[in-house]
Design a protein around this ligand. Structure first.
Ligand code: URA
Length: 183
């Protein structure tokens, strides 16, 4: 994947490393977060910092094998002070995510949080109403099954969400397992 030298937006100026993605390139499920944080920028790997630890623990608790997932973000470079990526940056980075989805061709995409859910589905959804459900990604992202849940970092400020994400992922696992047995 030719992302390594990307200079399509201003975020390349301050990055230590670009964080493309990690996991098997034939993964059935792709998990998409928002953008790399400090640790991710340092190690060039998604979800290795605080949010990553929460994610790993939640996956372990739900019996989803992290090693089977391809994990990436909407944005491949760290925004300063972990601010939300802006429209220009999201637009510039879009092509990379589209290419990843085309190449990996996952059956399922899990969108972690508002930014990923919006980018993939094209809808300004309320997580409160749509978490734990499937929506379709837009045509640009292959009209795939996108499963919506909260971002693990949200649990830092709202502890109750830990249980919510866990339940969402348990439900996802059941549906995924059912899909496998039916095929
Ligand atoms: N938050 C994200 O959305 N992605 C990461 O890789 C790390 C933290």
């Amino acid at each position: 994947m030719e992302i390594k030298n990307c200079r399509k937006c201003q975020l390349h100026k301050n990055r230590t490393n670009i964080v493309t993605g990690h996991g098997p390139t034939n993964a059935e499920t792709m998990l998409i977060g928002e953008a790399p944080g400090k640790q991710e920028d340092k190690q060039s790997k998604p979800f290795v910092g605080k949010a990553g630890k929460i994610l790993t623990q939640t996956l372990e608790n739900t019996g989803i094998q992290k090693n089977n997932l391809y994990i990436t973000n909407v944005i491949k470079c760290r925004p300063p002070k972990n601010r939300d990526p802006n429209k220009k940056e999201m637009e510039a980075c879009k092509q990379h995510l589209q290419t990843q989805i085309k190449q990996i061709n996952p059956t399922y995409i899990i969108c972690l949080g508002r930014i990923a859910s919006k980018q993939l589905t094209g809808k300004n959804i309320k997580l409160k109403n749509k978490h734990g459900t499937f929506l379709r990604t837009t045509k640009e992202y292959g009209k795939k099954k996108a499963y919506i849940t909260y971002h693990p970092a949200a649990t830092i400020y709202n502890k109750k969400l830990k249980q919510t994400i866990k339940k969402d992922l348990q439900k996802f696992k059941q549906i995924q397992t059912l899909g496998q047995t039916q095929n």
